[in-house]
Design a protein around this ligand. Structure first.
Ligand SMILES: [Zn+2]
Length: 236
C-alpha cells in the first residue's frame, strides 16, 4: 500500500511539474492588482457579504486542465485562518502553503518557487494571525515535544528580536516579527526567489489577520501608520 501511495505521489508531482497548460494559460496579474483583489475579497468577507466566487462546476471545469492563481499565500495551518474563505476566493485563485506558525522550510520554499517561476505568480503574501498558538508556544518556552521542536526553532529568532523591543505585547510583536522574517527569508532565498525579486518579477508582503473582526491588515500599511503616529507625537 505504501509503495502504491508513494508511486501516486511521484506521478502527481511529475504531472504538476511538467503540466504545459499551467504555464501557457497563465494570466498573471501585477502584485498591486493582486493585493487589491485580496483586500476587496477580505472586505466582503469581514462585513459578512462574501460572493464566494469560482466555487461552481463551471470554474472546476475551467481550471481542471491548468491553473493560473493570482497570489501565493503563506499562512498558518490554524483552522480559523483558511485563505480562500477570508479572502473570498475560489478554485484556482490562490496557491497556498500552510504550516503551523507560517514558517518556511526548504519544501515550502520549493513550493513557492514552483508557483513563482513556473506559474508566474507575482505576489507572495505571508499572513500571520492573532493568538497564533505556534508563536505563543515559542514565547512561553520550555521543551517542545517531537517535531514541534522544529517549528519552534524557526519561530525563536522572531521572539528573541521581539523581547528586545520596548513596548507592545510580546506575543503580538512576535507574530508580526515572525511574518516579516518569513518575508525576508523568501526574498533572500537563492537562487530562484532572490533573482525574481531583484528583477522585480515578484513582490513579497506581510499581513496580519484579526480573528475577532475578520480583517486582514497589511503590515507595511501598519508600519506607515505607526510612523505617522510617531511624527504627530514629535510635532507636538
Ligand atoms: Zn497560527
Amino acid at each position: 500500500m505504501k509503495k502504491i501511495g508513494l508511486a501516486a505521489l511521484v506521478l502527481c508531482a511529475l504531472i504538476l511539474m511538467s503540466d504545459p497548460l499551467s504555464a501557457s494559460k497563465n494570466q498573471s496579474i501585477s502584485p498591486e492588482a493582486a493585493v487589491q483583489k485580496l483586500i476587496e475579497g477580505n472586505n466582503r468577507y469581514a462585513i459578512g457579504k462574501p460572493e464566494r466566487p469560482h466555487q461552481n462546476q463551471d470554474r472546476r471545469n475551467e481550471v481542471a486542465q491548468g491553473q493560473s492563481p493570482f497570489a501565493i499565500i503563506v499562512t498558518c495551518s490554524d483552522s480559523r485562518v483558511p485563505p480562500e474563505i477570508l479572502f473570498d476566493q475560489g478554485l484556482g485563485d490562490l496557491f497556498i502553503i500552510r504550516t503551523a506558525g507560517n514558517v518556511i522550510d526548504d519544501s515550502a520554499l520549493g513550493s513557492i518557487e514552483y508557483a513563482a517561476e513556473h506559474l508566474g505568480v507575482q505576489l507572495i503574501l505571508v499572513l500571520g494571525h492573532e493568538r497564533c498558538g505556534a508563536v505563543d508556544a515559542t514565547v512561553k518556552g520550555g521543551e517542545a515535544p517531537g517535531h514541534i521542536k522544529e517549528l519552534v526553532k524557526y519561530i525563536e529568532p522572531a521572539v528573541k528580536k521581539s523581547r528586545e523591543k520596548k513596548g507592545g505585547d510580546l506575543l503580538e510583536n512576535s507574530i508580526h516579527e515572525n511574518v516579516l522574517m518569513t518575508v525576508e527569508k523568501i526574498i533572500e532565498s537563492r537562487p530562484i526567489l532572490n533573482e525574481l525579486y531583484e528583477k522585480k518579477k515578484i513582490k513579497a508582503v506581510g499581513a496580519y489577520y484579526d480573528l475577532d473582526s475578520g480583517t486582514v491588515q497589511f503590515l507595511e500599511e501598519k508600519k506607515e501608520k505607526e510612523e505617522k503616529k510617531e511624527d504627530i507625537v514629535i510635532d507636538k
